[in-house]
Design a protein. Structure first.
Length: 121
């Protein structure tokens, strides 16, 4: 599993849960120190590479160096503070939603709203 932004925050929580489920993860991001620390915490199932998502050649090099990518998915998350639950989702709650979309081969091109009921308002 490739996680750009996996060195901290929600991406790192997704990485923790993916590794716990038996996945190998490749962390991508701009900050070498953050990626190194994250990969060390995750153990032998994690590697990392720097990448700048604002630079097309950096992205091309990042993906060209990978042996293979099982699936091509994109996951984006943000917090909502104005939900029915009156709190933002935790990083673990959002990570579980992201992992569902990554692990479910039937669900493609989907948007999942783990927003604590905001969309029901």
């Amino acid at each position: 599993m490739v996680l750009i932004g996996g060195g901290s925050g929600i991406g790192l929580r997704v990485a923790h849960q993916a590794v716990a489920a038996g996945a190998h993860v490749i962390l991508g991001g701009r900050t070498r120190e953050r990626l190194t620390a994250a990969a060390q915490k995750l153990g032998s199932r994690a590697t990392w590479r720097t990448v700048d998502t604002t630079d097309r050649s950096s992205l091309a090099s990042f993906f060209a160096e990978l042996d293979h990518v099982d699936r091509r998915e994109a996951a984006f998350a943000q917090y909502r503070r104005d939900s029915i639950l009156r709190r933002p989702g935790t990083e673990d709650e959002i990570a579980q939603s992201v992992l569902f979309l990554f692990s479910n081969g039937f669900t493609t091109g989907a948007t999942l709203y783990p927003d604590g009921g905001y969309t029901l308002r």
